[in-house]
Design a protein around this ligand. Structure first.
Ligand SMILES: Cc1cc2nc3c(=O)[nH]c(=O)nc-3n(C[C@H](O)[C@H](O)[C@H](O)COP(=O)(O)O)c2cc1C
Length: 208
């Protein structure tokens, strides 16, 4: 079968190579490693649109996203300081206490953008909840891979503050917080070593 050819800035690549490249290049990179930058609107729209191309059983499209930038990142920093105040309140050394406080306050500001991930349970069809959660996970993975292709680092945060903060954005009865998807820019030198994967012979059995 004839392979489609894609042109990249530096070389020609077959489409299967492009897909494998970005799937394996994606990694969770945390905001500590971001430097400030603004995601061009067209790229952000592409990333979010690609999220909506995830497969969904019965086409429930069980998601909603809230894009947080600028003052909303400041707001989340303030929220983190309050949420994790037990992490610094009892530190006796004033300098260390302030450093921890500032770390929390400034952490979200390193992101170019944070997307709140909201699971919207279908009221139209009755399918198992796990199927809809699986669909949202597919959508988030689409975002991560798309972001990677734009040289934007990302990770999905589901810690206490991320989950609870999304709840403050106003959720309907059939909605549930699935945390925050961070995106930002890194310099090549700060990108962490990729985590290893277990060889597939330990994860797969073959039957024929
Ligand atoms: C559903 C989900 C939730 C995650 N939540 C967090 C999180 O709260 N904090 C965090 O540091 N990483 C989180 N991660 C990222 C994982 O730690 C990361 O995917 C894993 O270590 C593999 O590394 P990689 O993404 O670089 O391949 C989450 C990943 C997934 C899929």
């Amino acid at each position: 079968m004839k392979k489609e050819i894609y042109f990249t800035q530096t070389e020609w690549r077959r489409d299967d190579e492009v897909v494998t490249h970005y799937i394996r290049k994606r990694q969770s990179i945390y905001a500590d490693q971001y430097h400030k930058g603004i995601i061009p609107e067209a790229e952000l729209l592409e990333i979010i649109t690609n999220a909506t191309w995830a497969p969904t059983h019965k086409m429930t499209e069980p998601w909603r996203f809230v894009v947080l930038t600028d003052s909303q990142l400041v707001k989340y920093g303030t929220y983190m300081c309050s949420y994790y105040r037990n992490l610094y309140e009892d530190i006796p050394d004033a300098e260390k206490k302030l450093a921890k406080y500032n770390y929390l306050k400034d952490y979200p500001l390193k992101a170019a953008c944070i997307i709140a991930i909201i699971f919207v349970k279908s009221t139209r069809v009755n399918i198992p909840e796990w199927e809809e959660l699986a669909a949202v996970s597919c959508a988030v993975q689409n975002m991560a891979i798309s972001a990677t292709s734009f040289k934007i680092a990302s990770y999905w945060a589901t810690g206490g503050s991320a989950i609870d903060y999304v709840k403050t954005l106003g959720l309907a009865e059939n909605e549930q917080s699935l945390g925050l998807f961070f995106m930002g820019y890194t310099s090549d030198s700060t990108v962490p070593v990729q985590k290893k994967r277990t060889a597939i012979d330990q994860k797969v059995t073959w039957r024929s």
